[in-house]
Design a binder for this molecule. Structure first.
Ligand code: HEM
Length: 335
């Protein structure tokens, strides 16, 4: 028995020594608990994504620039246009949420280069994410979930969590001041997570990326807030794209030494150099909900040669809960 215990302790010590801090943080965040927490707060919406539940599928092209290619050898930045599958969504797991909600808007992209390289990403309309560590994700949602007895979140638990994790309030503070987007095509999207780009000469640096709408950013007026229905974003994008393609500038924001690489709740200073690395053009939107995006997920770690994930534990933790959500929604029947 003693030998068994010793062997076990020795084994865990050996295992521990091979784990980096990042991997430990990663291991503590249970993807099933994260998806359960999304369902707990937003309810169950069969066949819908557990986050970014309400949305629509679109397509277009992405074309890299020479400045982008100078920073990364990614095949998609080499200059030729690559077809893109895109999904625009409303933040959160409520498939029936109002398009006027003060939440993030999401943009997810998947590109496959003719040579076989893949690049998938999903961004939000805020420069920061709401957790700095994946193990905060489930508790952040749980303390905001109404309790059965009162129909309200437990105020003491909420305060205790917020006090202990003040950085998790930064995204809400940003959204409180930002206008409610008038269109999926008139809002900026940020990666929030950092990535390491490497060019053909082998030089590497850390970047975050942004998609800036060429039409400019446009929020709803008070008048529009009152007169628009809860579901307007889908038709608005369809009408906008029918008039003319919707384009975004793809930009790399370059980190300087000392900038927080592994914390997506911490924005980099606004004066950091930004490089125009590509252009996204959306020229087709699916007629209704669903379509090509329904059966896929956008995995932020599906990256081409020339772009690597940073050690940001939130970034590294993303594929697992996405796969849990994909598994659940593909196994369900639309109500
Ligand atoms: C620990 C951190 C995170 C967890 C647990 C998480 C969880 C999820 C889950 C379960 C989905 C549904 C996936 C699907 O069914 O295909 C999802 C979608 C999404 N997430 Fe996250 N997420 C995290 C971090 C982030 C970050 C850092 C961003 C962006 C800055 C982000 C942006 C999005 C967007 C835009 C979607 C919708 C994508 C689509 O349209 O398919 N998430 N997330």
């Amino acid at each position: 028995m003693k030998t068994g215990l010793f062997a076990l302790t020795a084994l865990s010590a050996a295992l521990l020594s091979t784990f980096t801090v990042v991997e430990l943080a990663h291991a503590q965040a249970d993807p099933v608990a994260q998806v359960d927490a999304l369902e707990g707060l937003f309810g169950k919406h069969p066949t819908a994504r557990r986050s970014g539940a309400k949305g629509l599928c679109a397509s277009g092209t992405f074309t890299g620039t020479a400045e982008g290619a100078a920073l990364s050898s990614a095949a998609m930045l080499a200059g030729a246009s690559v077809p893109v599958t895109a999904r625009f969504s409303l933040g959160g797991g409520n498939a029936k949420a109002s398009d006027k909600s003060r939440s993030v808007r999401g943009m997810a992209l998947a590109m496959t280069h003719p040579g076989g390289q893949q690049w998938q990403m999903s961004m939000i309309s805020a420069p920061v994410f709401f957790v700095s560590k994946p193990e905060q994700f489930a508790p952040f949602l749980q303390v905001r979930t109404p309790e059965p007895g009162t129909g309200k979140p437990n105020a003491d638990r909420l305060k205790a969590f917020n006090d202990a994790n003040p950085e998790t309030l930064r995204q809400a503070a940003y959204l409180a001041k930002a206008p409610i987007p008038a269109s999926y095509g008139t809002v900026q999207y940020w990666s929030t997570n950092a990535f390491e780009v490497t060019n053909a000469g082998g030089q590497s640096r850390f970047v975050r990326w942004q998609f800036v709408p060429e039409a400019g950013t446009l929020g709803l007026t008070e008048e529009q807030m009152k007169s628009l229905p809860d579901d307007f974003l889908g038709d608005e994008l369809r009408q906008r794209v029918a008039r003319a393609p919707v384009a975004f500038r793809f930009q790399f924001q370059l980190a300087q030494s000392g900038d927080p690489i592994n914390d997506p709740t911490a924005a980099w200073p606004e004066d950091r150099q930004v490089v125009n690395a590509g252009r996204l053009v959306i020229d087709r939107v699916e007629a209704g909900p669903g379509g090509a995006c329904d059966k896929i997920m956008f995995n932020p770690l599906a990256l081409p040669t020339g772009i690597k994930p940073s050690a940001d534990p939130v970034l590294l933790a993303r594929p697992a809960p996405y796969a849990v959500s994909l598994g659940r929604r593909l196994g369900e029947v639309k109500p």
